[in-house]
Design a protein around this ligand. Structure first.
Ligand SMILES: Cc1cc2nc3c(=O)[nH]c(=O)nc-3n(C[C@H](O)[C@H](O)[C@H](O)COP(=O)(O)OP(=O)(O)OC[C@H]3O[C@@H](n4cnc5c(N)ncnc54)[C@H](O)[C@@H]3O)c2cc1C
Length: 805
């Protein structure tokens, strides 16, 4: 065994082997994989082996599609048969709601380059004669889906990695990890120590234990899962070709051909977490769990109705095996915050469908410093301290049980709630509908009559629509109050604070008393953040951003920190406050502060330290609504008192609370982008229009060279735009194609109704070309093409006079 390596990958399941393959293929040498038993000895060997492209997150779908395309390559490179059966896959719908979802999904696949098609029940019956399609509305067929041999596939990744020079040590257990002063690791195994520059935790069922070796808590939990194999079916024996993989979404099961029999799997309710106290080290590579048929009965009876011949066939084998889940079902990938050179690649629920994509993303990240795509949906830094063991168990169980349920975009599931609450929660809880952001209960909208509202889950406009309309209009006509507790807030102090901010952000850092929008770029010129900096003094700044990005931002800051002179504190929970916005906001705020709010004394983008009511506050003159407005930030302990004082001051001027939905409507009317939608690592400064905040003449900042190259070339392939859409009762959600005739010329990033503009709006990226407001564009809304008009200026107050008034 070597004594030194550049990378030690811990775990020889499909994920570890895929990472090893990608690192080796992209040219890293001196890389090893350590496996405590045989390859596949965790959950990989007993997987059902089904592979499909559909995922709720667009970029994860794209990475699953990448995985499907990779199989022939690893088979050829390794010479190892992977038992690939690409008979295609069909997601079926038995309800109108599910059909709507599939139609929307089909449109989204076009944006992602996935060649799927919608088919009717007759075609489904032709492809899968054993299915009773009498209640099926339709299906989404992807010819590239199917199934494979899990063991063959894992070995193919491993062999292909070896052909590129990687080494694998089997029957070697990593027992301890100790960080060295230079940031590397002493990897202690039962066969000796390897000194490694980087370690990758791909330990699957044991990822929690390998995390603990480095003091890391990883939010995942193993869950038991059953599937069964039947004896041969006559109908299949008579067929020459194979039936496709069926995801019967409303039947909540998956089914495919295995030989001339059937493999059928269900997501049992109640879900059963496994090994909550830790995965036993002696859990053997050929060990399965005892089947619990009583937990399958309900699900199976639905399956047997849909596939009557399966019910008649004898059961040959039942598999009950554990594999890991995270609270949202997506993997945990990337550099673990707070630990140098320790990479996560675990919590992967669909290792065969996602393994290629996870390997690609992690290898790019390790080699190039960043993955090529925005992979936030599977970034280990999307979770924070709130993801405790109990939270993870509850949420992962919930995800498992709802695996095939329709997840409406306006729905937040109930497990582990309420978890974190703002000081106002007790007074809001019976008057508002909440969603959750980074564990925090966040009001979406408030009832008009003080009773507890409840929103129906829907892909279309919900019952919240009229109430949200009232909230939004009240902001533009009078004044509204939006709670800022959910925003991330960071305090940057020290003699080196300004120089560091000038390095980490692409804008000119504001002078004391001023605020500025602050894009951050990566070295390749992709967006890394859309922050706002408030300068309080030469050596004291506040930074604001999206609340759910706290661990992600803090990791980026920590990775770009000078040795001394700057201190960054995440004070998101320590501070709360309000945005007061609307034409009457100045008058209301002036009633409770001694600070002169006159436009000349306190102009747009100004920042002041001032008392507001009883609270010592920081006030910034800006608003995401595009109205005259102020953001008032106070220590959290003052939030309730400040809320009271603001409402007392604004009662006669029409002040009322508004939630996230109204804010989203208001910002769309102003064409203001937000993170994870219009702005993400997928886009550059010029494409996104963030370039107007970039100080290209600054001597240096992260991403400067790439940003300058882009500016000089001045030929972005696409640009951020806003569309007004002619639609009835539904709006865009994001990733819908934009059409010019038969040509797809762009895609949406978000959509909603502009309650004050009186039109459905969507933002998105349009190929650069001769498009103007007269161009007859169309956009998919819930699977239907609708006429759309390019807005050359934003829908409300294009001159920006109101916010400067
Ligand atoms: C019943 C069932 C059906 C499934 N069906 C599908 C499906 O149809 N499609 C799909 O895509 N996925 C499916 N899966 C999920 C899939 O099996 C997992 O996503 C995948 O196996 C995860 O692979 P992994 O490499 O992350 O983890 P694992 O396979 O658990 O591998 C981790 C490896 O790390 C090794 N290891 C751990 N600790 C150490 C240490 N300290 N030192 C050295 N080595 C160590 C272990 O021995 C193990 O070999 C199914 C799973 C089950 C159980």
């Amino acid at each position: 065994m070597k004594t030194h390596a550049k990378v030690v990958v811990i775990g020889g399941g499909v994920i570890g082997c895929s990472i090893l393959f990608h690192l080796a293929k992209f040219g890293w040498t001196d890389i090893v994989l350590i496996e405590r038993k045989e390859l596949t000895a965790g959950s990989s060997w007993h997987a059902a082996g089904n592979v499909h492209a559909v995922n709720a997150d667009a970029n994860i779908s794209a990475l699953q599609a990448y995985t499907l395309n990779l199989f022939s390559e690893i088979q050829e490179t390794s010479g190892q048969d992977i038992g690939l059966h690409l008979a295609g896959g069909i997601n079926t719908a038995a309800t109108q709601s599910r059909w709507e979802f599939l139609r929307a999904e089909a449109a989204r696949h076009k944006v992602l380059g996935i060649k799927s098609e919608l088919i009717g029940p007759d075609e489904i019956k032709k492809l899968c004669p054993i299915m009773d399609t009498s209640t099926i509305v339709g299906g989404l067929f992807d010819p590239k889906e199917g199934h494979l041999d899990p063991s063959g596939t894992t070995h193919a990744y491993a062999k292909a990695a070896r052909t590129y020079g990687a080494e694998i040590y089997r029957h070697t257990k990593v027992e301890a990890l100790a960080q060295r002063a230079d940031g590397g690791w002493d990897v202690s195994t039962d066969k000796g120590i390897i000194v490694a520059e980087h370690v990758v935790n791909a330990a699957g069922l044991w990822a929690r234990e390998v995390g603990a070796m480095a003091g890391v808590h990883l939010p995942l939990v193993p869950m038991e899962h059953h599937y069964l194999i039947t004896e041969a079916l006559q109908a299949l024996e008579a067929m020459e070709r194979e039936i496709p993989l069926i995801l019967d979404l409303d039947g909540e099961m998956y089914l495919r051909q295995e030989g001339k029999g059937i493999q059928l799997g269900v997501y049992e309710t109640p879900a059963k977490p496994w090994a909550l106290d830790g995965t036993p080290w002696d859990y053997a590579e050929d060990e399965l769990l005892v089947p619990e048929l009583d937990r399958l009965t309900d699900a199976l009876s639905v399956g047997f109705q849909r596939f009557p011949e399966v019910a008649a066939a004898g059961i040959k084998r039942i598999i009950n095996g554990p594999f890991t889940f995270t609270p949202d079902g997506n993997p945990l990938v990337g550099p673990v915050p707070g630990v140098r050179n320790y990479w996560a690649a675990c919590g992967v629920m669909a290792g065969f469908a996602q393994g290629g994509g996870v390997g690609l993303a992690l290898a790019q990240w390790m080699i190039n410093g960043e993955p090529e795509f925005d992979i936030f949906a599977m970034d280990v830094a999307r979770y924070g301290d709130y993801a405790t063991t109990d939270y993870v168990t509850e949420k992962s169980k919930e995800f498992y049980e709802r695996r095939f349920r329709i997840a409406y975009p306006n729905e937040t599931w109930p497990a582990a709630r309420p978890l974190k609450t703002s000081p106002l929660y007790e007074r809001q809880k019976d008057k508002a509908v909440f969603s959750v952001s980074y564990g925090l209960e966040t009001p979406m909208y408030f009832s008009t009559d003080g009773t507890k509202p409840s929103e129906t889950g829907s892909f279309r406009r919900s019952n919240a629509f009229p109430v949200v309309g009232e909230e939004a209009r009240n902001v533009r006509e009078n004044a509204g109050l939006f709670e800022l507790t959910s925003f991330s807030k960071y305090e940057v102090t020290g003699p080196g604070a300004k120089a560091w901010l000038n390095w980490i952000t692409a804008c000119a850092v504001p002078n004391p008393g001023q605020a500025r929008l602050a894009p951050m770029l990566s070295a390749t010129g992709r967006l890394m953040g859309d922050l706002t900096i408030w300068a309080l003094a030469e050596d004291r700044y506040m930074i604001f951003g999206s609340g759910y990005l706290q661990a992600w931002h803090m990791r980026w800051f920590a990775n770009h920190m000078p040795a001394e002179g700057v201190h960054v504190r995440n004070c998101s929970d320590a501070y709360g406050g309000f945005s007061i916005a609307g034409p009457r906001s100045r008058e209301i705020l002036q009633r409770i502060t001694g600070e002169n709010l006159d436009n000349k004394a306190f102009s747009f983008m100004g920042v002041r330290l001032a008392d507001v009511g009883f609270a010592p506050a920081i006030i910034g003159r800006l608003s995401v609504t595009g109205e005259l407005g102020y953001e008032i930030v106070v220590p959290s302990a003052y939030v309730t008192a400040l809320h009271d004082r603001l409402h007392e001051a604004g009662a006669d001027l029409g002040l009322r609370d508004f939630g996230v939905y109204a804010l989203m409507s208001l910002r769309l009317e102003k064409s203001f982008g937000i993170w994870s939608r219009e702005f993400s690592r997928d886009y550059t400064a010029l494409e996104s229009g963030m370039s107007r905040f970039v100080a290209y003449d600054k001597p240096d900042f992260i991403g400067r060279d790439a940003a300058l190259r882009e500016k000089e070339a001045n030929s972005p392939k696409r640009r951020l735009i806003t569309l007004s859409i002619d639609t009835d009762d539904a709006d865009c959600w994001g990733y819908e194609p934009i059409w010019y005739g038969d040509k797809m010329v762009g895609f949406t990033t978000s959509g909603g109704y502009g309650h004050c503009a009186g039109t459905s709006l969507a933002m998105g990226y349009l190929s650069t070309g001769a498009f103007d407001s007269q161009t007859p564009l169309e956009v998919h809304v819930l699977g239907d093409r609708r006429p759309a008009r390019l807005l050359e200026r934003c829908a409300i107050d294009p001159e920006g006079k109101k916010m400067r008034s």
